[in-house]
Design a protein around this ligand. Structure first.
Ligand SMILES: O=C(O)CCC(=O)C(=O)O
Length: 254
């Protein structure tokens, strides 16, 4: 599933690209079923890192089942065979090679859940300012397991915003967001998506998701990748990243 020259150009110009039908049918259903086992019983989450919706964590909101309050699950690609298969899926890796080149590692994977009515917003932000990697040219594939709509908190992006470079970010309650003086949210566009599609986006694209005001789940996994030529700029040695394809280079991420 390689990109056409036109798609590649659109990604470079706009900083994002929607690709439909990366995974369909029973393969997509199997991922949903597996995730439900983690959130609502049947499978241990002991080896995973879970984050609960902040208002539920603080006791300001209640949900019927603990699984209805989970906001984030980290590490499924490392810990689960089906999600590992997704992280390494040929349809995704083909496109990543067109964007990042032949040598790729996975930087992170995070299931981002917006439970019905209680799922909160993720404010306008860029990913690279959160991440200790240079150059700031990572690529994420945001993959919804449910249809992502305006009502349940689909992705919103700022077309071309990756070309502004790293913008100043500030801490606010429960979040770390672009300084409101450095962004014009009215220029953002919503990207409703069918489950199983992928939104490939540059790590400097400003993006936002609204609260889930609907009765439907919005579950997505963010799969973030970097070129193996990238450099780790945090303290100490580079973490060991999950290998996707190609080689590792001296002085670069491990
Ligand atoms: O899925 C969401 O609600 C937010 C995703 C996001 O901001 C990210 O993947 O960086």
């Amino acid at each position: 599933m390689h990109l056409t020259a036109e798609q590649k150009c659109a990604y470079e110009e706009q900083g994002f690209l929607l690709v439909p039908d990366l995974v369909t049918g029973s393969d997509l259903e199997a991922l949903r079923t597996r995730l439900r086992e983690y959130t609502h019983g049947g499978r241990s989450t002991e080896k995973l890192t879970l984050q609960i919706e902040p208002r539920i964590q603080r006791g300001e909101l209640r949900v019927a089942h603990p699984g209805d309050g989970i906001r984030k699950i980290d590490g499924l690609v490392q810990g689960d065979d089906l999600f590992r298969g997704l992280g390494l899926h040929t349809n995704i890796v083909d496109i990543l090679q067109d964007i990042l080149g032949a040598h790729i590692k996975m930087f992170r994977n995070a299931l981002l859940l917006k439970p019905p009515t209680v799922g909160s917003a993720k404010g306008w932000h860029q990913d690279s300012p959160y991440w200790s990697v240079e150059p700031m040219e990572l690529c994420s594939c945001w993959f919804p397991l449910d249809d992502a709509t305006l009502e349940n908190g689909c992705m919103m992006v700022m077309p071309g915003g990756h070309r502004l470079g790293a913008l100043p970010h500030v801490s606010v309650t429960d979040d770390f967001v672009i300084d409101p003086n450095a962004i014009e949210p009215e220029k953002g566009v919503a990207v409703p998506m069918k489950a199983g599609s992928g939104l490939f986006f540059h790590s400097l694209i400003p993006h936002y998701t609204a609260p889930n005001r609907s009765e439907k789940w919005r579950r997505a996994i963010a799969l973030s990748y970097l070129s193996s030529h990238s450099r780790y700029t945090g303290e100490g040695e580079s973490p060991l990243y999950f290998p996707i394809c190609g080689e590792t280079f001296q002085g670069c991420v491990r």
